[in-house]
Design a binder for this molecule. Structure first.
Ligand SMILES: O=C(O)[C@H](CS(=O)(=O)O)OP(=O)(O)O
Length: 236
């Protein structure tokens, strides 16, 4: 039987074997919610990069560029890290370069070794579950966390995936069981469950409220972003 494991933060990724593993990167607030939204709204591709400098270089080549650090847009870039910014008509068919504090760094860490990198959010949970059911490989959910620390919302998402796939995948390690049990506890009201979390408090301090409830909605979109070369594109 296939195995599903959870890496609670990218700083623990060195403990995981990624050969023949599909990695699902999750950064609920807000990078992977942006990626799913953008591709659902018709963005052509999103190139995740780890640094602001790499993002700038792609902007100079004609990409729309999204650069965020500590939840704020970096000066000189076109887009911030709000999913609502990815709903614009001007982005349909466009190529976006994106760097964020935690999410794109996690993708950069996973991409060299994984057999495939997929992007997960509550927004595309059902589509992702269907995709993973037909995968022949083990799955690792990589939670982006916050600057090397685990966080509640990404772990909840990992738990939602573990719960949905529990008949097809064995949950071998305690991190997967912890995530699953956390989700079982919180699923009745995700918004309430994350209310005092560090990321929610940080976003609220900056007046960013609507992204929180938006990103906790389940199954809004049928799109599964997959990394092809350096670009994330919609899988089907
Ligand atoms: O913009 C975000 O929500 C975060 C920034 S921080 O974690 O609040 O500093 O970036 P992300 O890479 O999407 O976690």
């Amino acid at each position: 039987m296939k195995q599903l494991d959870v890496c609670l933060t990218p700083d623990l990724l060195h403990l995981h074997q990624l050969n023949n593993v599909v990695v699902v990167v999750a950064d609920i607030f807000r990078a992977t919610s942006c990626m799913v939204t953008g591709l659902a709204y018709g963005v052509g591709s999103i190139t995740p990069v780890a640094t602001v400098e790499e993002c700038k270089a792609l902007q100079e080549k004609g990409y729309f560029a999204a650069a965020e650090r500590n939840a704020m847009k970096v000066e000189g870039f076109d887009l911030d890290n709000s999913p609502f910014s990815y709903m614009s008509e001007r982005l349909i068919g466009s190529h976006i370069a994106m760097t964020t504090t935690n999410g794109t760094l996690s993708i950069a860490k996973a991409k060299s070794a994984a057999v495939k990198v997929l992007i997960g959010a509550f927004l595309n949970l059902g589509a992702l579950v269907n995709e993973l059911r037909s995968e022949q490989y083990d799955v690792l959910v990589l939670c982006a966390g916050w600057k090397g620390r685990p966080n509640l919302e990404d772990t909840l998402f990992a738990g939602a995936l573990a719960e949905a796939l529990k008949d097809e995948f064995i949950l071998v390690e305690d991190a997967a069981l912890m995530a699953q049990r956390l989700y079982q506890q919180g699923r009745g009201n995700l918004l309430n469950f994350v209310a005092n979390s560090s990321h929610v408090r940080r976003l609220q301090r900056l007046g960013i409220q609507k992204d929180i409830s938006y990103s906790l909605q389940t199954d809004l979109y049928d799109v599964v972003p997959v990394l092809r070369g350096s670009r994330l594109v919609a899988m089907h």
